[in-house]
Design a protein around this ligand. Structure first.
Ligand SMILES: C[S@@+](CC[C@H](N)C(=O)[O-])C[C@H]1O[C@@H](n2cnc3c(N)ncnc32)[C@H](O)[C@@H]1O
Length: 244
């Protein structure tokens, strides 16, 4: 058995033999007793901002329009990755928080923010913050990669931690129709990037779209849709939501 300690928790490889035989993304590890895949972002995390960052400029602009920062507000990013979505909120004087399951992505985010952000390594299905704590809960490109069985638990956690007068701002891939040519080109780029991320990742994304994307995912929770915005020819959707 191999074991390492991390953030007060414990990663444990099931066996070194398993680790050698299986491709890295399929390694099975346990974190605080929860079964998880090994970190699929561990090789690409240092490059993530350079490759994906330029593609996401438009997302930052829309995010600032839909949920502008107000000094002192508490903002949580679920699946924060390298923390790209939190940067402008932090600069505007918000208290910023992030949760992510990837140690490699959080390492990049921690370099960026130092002590100015509270970044936690955890599964978004168990967000380690008290209920009604955040003014704004963001999530970008995360829900599509979460397996179907866990997606509802993640949404319920977001609803649990947002204040009654707070907002959720979810953005992710959209099932279409797409505008030609921008939406088609964007969709093609997304498919290539998803395939590069591995078959499991790709299949979760396909399942997310087949089930109707964000629109269908949020449907059972009676959230109030305040605004829907689409970008990149309709291939990406933003949902600004409130709980009451
Ligand atoms: C495509 S990246 C997007 C990162 C960031 N939101 C952005 O827009 O740049 C998806 C992120 O979701 C995280 N993630 C996936 N499943 C998760 C889970 N169950 N709990 C927490 N984070 C998760 C991944 O580790 C990864 O950092």
């Amino acid at each position: 058995m191999a074991s390492t300690s991390m953030d007060g928790g414990h990663w444990r490889l099931v066996s070194d033999i398993t680790a050698k035989r299986k491709p890295p993304a399929l390694q099975v590890v346990f974190y605080r007793g929860v079964k998880m895949r090994a970190d699929p972002y561990r090789n690409c995390a240092p490059l993530y901002d350079f490759v994906i960052g330029p593609l996401n400029v438009v997302l930052k602009r829309v995010r600032m329009k839909l949920a502008p920062p107000i000094q002192g507000m508490k903002v949580l990013d679920v699946g924060c990755g390298t923390g790209a979505a939190l940067e402008l909120y932090s600069q505007a004087g918000c208290d910023v928080y992030g949760v992510d399951i990837s140690r490699a992505m959080l390492k990049v985010a921690r370099k960026k923010f130092g002590d100015s952000a509270d970044l936690r390594l955890c599964d978004a299905a168990q967000i380690p913050f008290q209920e009604k704590f955040f003014d704004l809960v963001l999530s970008t490109y995360t829900l599509h990669e979460i397996p179907y069985e866990k997606r509802s638990a993640v949404i319920l956690e977001m609803i649990r931690v947002v204040k009654e007068n707070g907002r959720l701002l979810l953005s992710d891939f959209r099932p279409g129709p797409y505008h030609f040519p921008e939406g088609w080109i964007s969709r093609a780029i997304i498919i290539i990037l998803e395939l590069m991320a591995g078959l499991e990742h790709f299949n979760n994304g396909r399942d997310f779209l087949r089930r109707g994307g964000l629109q269908e995912l949020i449907e059972p929770y009676h959230l109030i849709i305040e605004k829907i915005n689409t970008v990149r020819g309709g291939s990406i959707a933003f949902f600004l939501l409130s709980t009451c």
